[in-house]
Structure formats: C-alpha cells, structure tokens
Design a protein around this ligand. Structure first.
Ligand code: NAG
Ligand code: NAG
Length: 453
C-alpha cells in the first residue's frame, strides 16, 4: 500500500510540472482562494470603451444597432451622416480629461478596496496596446494612451487592488464568427487573439483580479480555459494573489472560479457556501455611461447600502459599477454617491471589512435587519429608521442580562426589553444632528456562546 501511494505522488508531481493544479475543473476547484478578496467586500467596476462615445442606451449599443433596435437606428439617423460605422466612433473616444490619480482618489474615498476596469468589452476594442488588436486599441486610435496601465499605476499608489475585466468574445471578429459557424470545433479566434490577450494582460499588468465575461456562446473547452487557469494558478506572476470569477465557458457559471458572479446583479438573499460577488450598477439600466441618464435612474445611497447589506451578510462581495464618460470625466452624481458610501463606511466599516456571516443573515422577525459578525461582535444593518425594533434572532441565552446593543456613532446603550421570543430595542428620539448618517448599524456585545455560525 505504502509503495503505491508513493508512486501516485511521484506521478502527480511529474504530470504537473511547475505547479500543483491540473488543467481540469476538479483540480482547479481545489485551489484555496486568497483571503484578501473576501475581506475586501467592496469593489468599483468601470465600463469604459468606444460605447462611451455614443453613450446612448447601453454598452451594447453596437449589438443593438446590428439587431435593428428602433431607438438606436433613429438616434443614428438624426445625429450622424449616412454610411457612419461603429468604428467611426473610436477617434472620438479621446479621454482628454482622464486623470487616473483623481479617479483613484475618488475610489479610495468611497471605501472600496479594489477596482475592476473593462480592458476589452464585447466590441473588441482594447484599452491597452494589445499586440493582436491592430488599430482597434486605445494607443493606436482615440485616447492615444494605455488606459489599463495608467489606471493600474494610479490605483496601486493608493491602497487599492487592481483588476481587469476581459470579454473573451468579440461580437463581430471574423475568426470568432467563423469558429461559431464551425460549431466551436475550430479555435482560430482563441489561438489568434483571445488567448494572447489573457496572457498579455496577466504578464504586463499583474492584476489581482481577472474578471472574465463574454463566455456564454461556447463551452470552456473552446476557450481553452482550464489550460489558461492552470498556468495562472501554477506559474503566472500573480499565482499567489489572483482571484478569478466564474465566466469561463457556457457551462461554468455558478460552478467554477474563486468567486461566483452567476448572473449580473445576482443577489440571492440567502447564505451561499461558495464565495460570490454581486456586480451591480449605480445607473439602474446601463453599465456604460448614458447621456440621457436622470436622477431617478441612479440608486439612492439608502438603496445602495441596502444592497450592500443584503450582499455581505450572505457571504458576497459587492462590485459597484460606474460608467465614465468618453472624455475621462465621471458624472458628479456618481461621485456624490461614492462619496456618501465612503462617509458611511468611515463610521460603520467594522460591520463590513473582514466580517463573516452570522448564524442568521436576515432577522427572524424583522426583514429590515441584515447581520454580519466581526471581532467578537454581531452587527445589524437596519434598512429603515424605526422607533421600535423587535428582533427574532435573539433569545434570553444569546442576549443575556450582560449583553448590550448600541447604534454605531451614537454611544449610549439602547433600551432593550428581553422577551421569550426575542428582544425589543427602543430607538432614542435623535435629532438630525445626533443621528448617524443614512442607515443605522447596531453593534451587539453578546456572550461568547452567541457567536456561532
Ligand atoms: C491551449 O492551451 C495550451 C496550453 O497552454 C496551448 O498549448 C494551446 O496552444 C492552446 N490552444 C489554443 C487554441 O490556443
Ligand atoms: C437561543 O439561541 C441560541 C443561539 O442562537 C440557541 O443555541 C438556543 O437553542 C436558543 N435557546 C432557546 C431557548 O431558544
């Protein structure tokens, strides 16, 4: 028996030259995810590209156009000469006011811990001088600079992690369309372009996150995903820090990856065993910037914080999207929202960063309270301003006579009555001056035995 197991180990070492993971999902799935990602909780997502020039309807503008979307056709008829093509928008992507240090300062102020930029969306335009995107990249046309590299430098100067979003598909690339026609039996596009982009991004920019997308038409076998990921985890310059999501082929969502995105705006409201991320957007109906966006289209700070609470209490991270303008500015409405988020996190960060789910995610009696735990305390993020709060997730053992509860930022202990089926918290009548901002967070100091889950 002993001899056999030594042989098995030797065989494994030989097969897996240079690292411990094999290019198959059962092996890749055993990789422990670097802990920084779970502790970070909050990231900023940026959708920026040629679609930011028309900035009309959404970042799917080109695809809508090809599919004869009525509003897009009318918009083009009214505003552009006949014969105008999508490629004609690229020289107008100028980024003339792009100040990466200013962006990085805003993202740091928001309390986010990582930033994910679209390095290439489905339109195929690369925001770095990719060697396989001739004349369809931000150095050759438009901004005339390496947007990925410039933002990376600015973000890393702050204490923020840097990630790249990458769409594997290019909607209208000839080789991609040819492979599709061949039912993904040929891999011309992967060989000539997609694979090269992934290795280039990792080797040149050493990102902390590789956020893959555009995978859904073809299986991961077509994309060569397991080969790439085995290299990423075994040998790449970021093998010890990188985290990836779950979009690596049409069969991989919610199944493989360091964290799962599943669908856009995934927010299950129940505890998920595997680490996940809720990617969502401040503009309710678009990821890319829209010039027709109004105040009502943008999430309020209370809505944003409620989504954050729902997400982190269920073991998720939140990735908050902002669409910059083609000139490199960020709409002051987004700036305000991110600044408000930062103010709230300055006060309530203990309930968020490094926290873990508690035994209950949502209170057993009041659906407006979401829980986390951190450093021996339980936190309850309350998505309303009640006068009296009756909570069903505590009892006389978990909230014993020594337990206390306070609102963070208002230091007096709150008046609590303990009942057989829960506790009732009486909120003080706070003036607008003494009232903590936006949503209250309760901090429970409980006996140690209540801190399970
Ligand atoms: C897939 O990855 C392997 C290992 O890196 C490589 O040898 C092969 O050329 C790749 N296939 C394509 C189509 O890119
Ligand atoms: C009280 O809550 C604790 C912790 O949640 C639980 O283990 C215990 O069974 C509860 N006791 C009663 C009497 O419900």
């Amino acid at each position: 028996m002993r001899g056999v197991s030594v042989l098995v180990v030797l065989a494994a070492v030989t097969l897996c030259a240079g690292g411990e993971y094999f290019p198959d999902w059962s092996s890749l799935d055993t990789r422990p995810s670097p802990s920084w990602y779970d502790e970070a909780k909050i990231g900023i997502f940026l959708h920026w590209g040629v679609f930011s020039v028309p900035s009309f309807k959404s970042e799917w503008f080109w695809n809508l156009w090809q599919n004869d979307d009525f509003e897009v056709i009318e918009f083009l008829k009214k505003n552009y000469p006949p014969g105008w093509t999508y490629a004609d928008f690229a020289p107008q992507f100028r980024a003339e006011f792009f100040d990466p240090d200013r962006w990085a300062a805003l993202f740091e102020k928001s309390g986010a811990k990582y930033v994910v930029l679209t390095s290439k969306h489905h339109e195929g335009f690369t925001n770095w001088p990719s060697s396989t995107a001739f004349n369809w990249n931000s150095r050759d046309i438009g901004p005339g600079r390496d947007l990925v590299g410039d933002l990376r430098t600015a973000v890393r100067k702050r204490s923020l992690r840097f990630g790249v979003y990458h769409s594997m598909m290019d909607w209208y690339h000839q080789l991609y369309l040819k492979d599709k026609q061949n039912n993904w039996k040929t891999q011309h596009f992967v060989e000539a372009k997609c694979n090269n982009e992934l290795y280039e991004l990792v080797n040149q920019y050493e990102p902390d996150i590789l956020w893959s997308d555009g995978e859904w038409e073809a299986p991961s076998r077509y994309w060569n995903s397991t080969n790439f990921l085995a290299w990423l985890y075994n040998e790449s310059p970021v093998k010890d820090v990188i985290v990836v999501n779950d979009r690596w082929g049409k069969e991989t969502r919610c199944k493989h990856g360091d964290f799962y995105n599943c669908d856009d705006r995934f927010n299950p409201g129940t505890l998920q065993e595997h680490k996940w991320e809720n990617c969502m957007s401040l503009d309710r109906s678009s990821w890319g910037y829209r010039r027709t966006m109004t105040l009502d289209d943008v999430l309020t700070i209370e809505e944003l914080l409620k989504t954050l609470a729902e997400t982190i209490s269920c073991h998720g991270n939140i990735l908050i999207n902002v669409g910059p303008r083609s000139d490199g500015t960020i709409d002051p409405l987004f700036e305000e929202r991110l600044t408000q988020l930062g103010e709230w996190l300055q006060l309530n960060g203990e309930a968020v960063y490094g926290s873990r789910p508690w035994k209950d995610q949502r209170d057993a009696a009041d659906e407006n309270v979401w829980y986390t735990q951190n450093n021996g305390n339980v936190y309850g993020i309350v998505t309303s301003w009640p006068q009296v709060l009756k909570l069903g997730s505590f009892n006389s053992t978990s909230f014993d006579e020594h337990a206390t509860v306070t609102i963070i930022g208002y230091d007096e202990p709150l008046l609590v009555s303990r009942e057989a089926d829960g506790i009732t918290i009486h909120f003080p009548a706070l003036s607008s001056k003494s009232k903590p901002i936006y949503l209250p967070v309760l901090e429970f100091a409980l006996p140690a035995k209540a801190l399970t889950g």
